[in-house]
Ligand binder design. Structure first.
Ligand SMILES: *Cc1c(COP(=O)(O)O)cnc(C)c1O
Length: 392
């Protein structure tokens, strides 16, 4: 079994994908070809955003969005320690400082109540000194594992004068109260990395906003700061998506919205049913999706209780069932971010979850048999373990 199998989708969509790719091979407009604008328009319509700018990856998208928002050395940007490194790395790369806030127990997304309490008394963890409130410029909110964070509460917590950047790398196609991810903050960035919910065949990403000024600025930053060729109004670099990736996404976007979001939820539902008893017995905790949310399950991740996560991972690997840990070390405990001055115990929920979490094999084409097989192996693992403890 593969952790995330890309074969079946390609077999199903091969004709459309190959046609799209060969169109690009024919016209040879490999950078900035017509497929780019077509894709931007199509995805804007799908999610309900005014503007979209394609970029070379989710990471470069976050970088461009932060630069577009004017984030610079000396600024502070609130974010979560329980995410992929790019969320925090892009803030730090610009010389700004990530100001971390712990996550919610149920969704693993940033906790808006803790954002509020942080803002009442913001302290630099490295010096112990108070951070001037006006230096805290905004927040990067991650929709972890495909579920949207609580943007209404986050907006209320940070006020109107700070930006919200939605890191939607894992949540493209998800929705909250009927609003699609990528429209929930001032600007949003998604990723089309091959294992993300909507994926291309290489690196790619997109930045969404309703702000025309910000959009124009970011478009220029993506392409050497130029509006016209060889006229550089501002400093920019090359953060462009290439045409072939956008062509592949043109073939994949329709089936993604019309079929795969539902299939992803069906696969998750089957796992929920197959693992129900184990949760009931207190061995694991299943993913919690809030009533107002539709998740795209970028990952199907469960919590393993009683310190058995690593043993379960090994047992499943022995049965040829691959799993992944998202994420084994929260970012405040990573060497790269040690200069920020955080220490073990600062974000107890993120730390606890990183010890317990495990992601199971997942893609929208996993069959009921495959899911049952995974569930059965998990069940026998716990049966063996429970038997051992009883004997002891
Ligand atoms: C994948 C991911 C990114 C980065 O996207 P890339 O396209 O791989 O650069 C950023 N943030 C989060 C939360 C991600 O999961």
């Amino acid at each position: 079994m593969k952790f995330c199998d890309l074969d079946i989708q390609y077999d199903l969509l091969k004709k459309d994908i190959d046609t799209q790719i060969s169109t690009v091979l024919d016209h040879k407009w490999f950078v900035g070809g017509p497929e780019i604008a077509k894709l931007e328009e199509m995805l804007c319509q799908r999610v309900g955003s005014k503007y979209a700018a394609s970029v070379s990856s989710g990471t470069t998208g976050l970088l461009v969005a932060l630069m577009g928002l004017g984030v610079k050395r000396g600024d502070w940007v609130i974010t979560t320690p329980f995410t992929f490194a790019a969320t925090v790395g892009t803030i730090a790369f610009l010389g700004a400082k990530p100001l971390m806030v712990d996550i919610e127990e149920d969704t693993f997304n940033i906790d808006s109540k803790k954002v509020s309490s942080l803002l009442e008394n913001p302290i630099d963890p490295a010096t112990g000194e108070k951070i001037p409130s006006e230096n805290i410029k905004g927040i990067v909110v991650v929709n972890l594992f495909g579920q949207c964070a609580d943007f209404d509460s986050i907006r209320a917590a940070i006020g109107e004068n700070r930006f919200i950047l939605e890191d939607a790398a894992q949540s493209f196609g998800a929705s909250n109260n009927g609003r699609f991810s990528c429209t929930l903050g001032d600007v949003a960035v998604t990723s089309f990395f091959p294992s993300k919910p909507l994926a291309c065949y290489g690196d790619g990403g997109m930045i969404f906003t309703n702000n025309s000024f910000l959009h124009e600025k970011m478009k220029m930053m993506i392409n050497h700061g130029q509006r016209k060729k060889y006229e550089h109004a501002i400093i920019g670099l090359n953060f462009r998506m290439d045409t072939i990736q956008s062509a592949i996404l043109l073939a994949k976007a329709k089936p993604f919205f019309e079929k795969e979001i539902a299939s992803r939820n069906l696969v998750a539902q089957r796992y929920n049913i197959g693992l129900f008893d184990l949760e009931h017995n207190g061995n694991i905790r299943l993913p919690i999706v809030k009533e107002e949310n539709v998740s795209v399950f970028a990952q199907y991740s469960i919590l393993v209780e009683n310190g058995l996560r690593d043993a379960l991972k090994t047992a499943l690997a022995d049965k040829d069932i691959p799993t992944a840990i998202h994420y084994p070390i929260p970012l405040h405990l990573q060497p790269a971010f040690s200069y920020l001055g955080y220490s073990d115990g600062d974000f107890p929920i993120a730390e606890k979850v990183s010890q317990k979490i495990i992601s199971l094999p997942f893609d929208p084409y996993k069959t009921e048999e495959e899911i049952l097989l995974v569930c059965r192996h998990i069940a026998s693992f716990f049966m063996e373990h429970t038997a051992q403890t009883t004997v002891q």
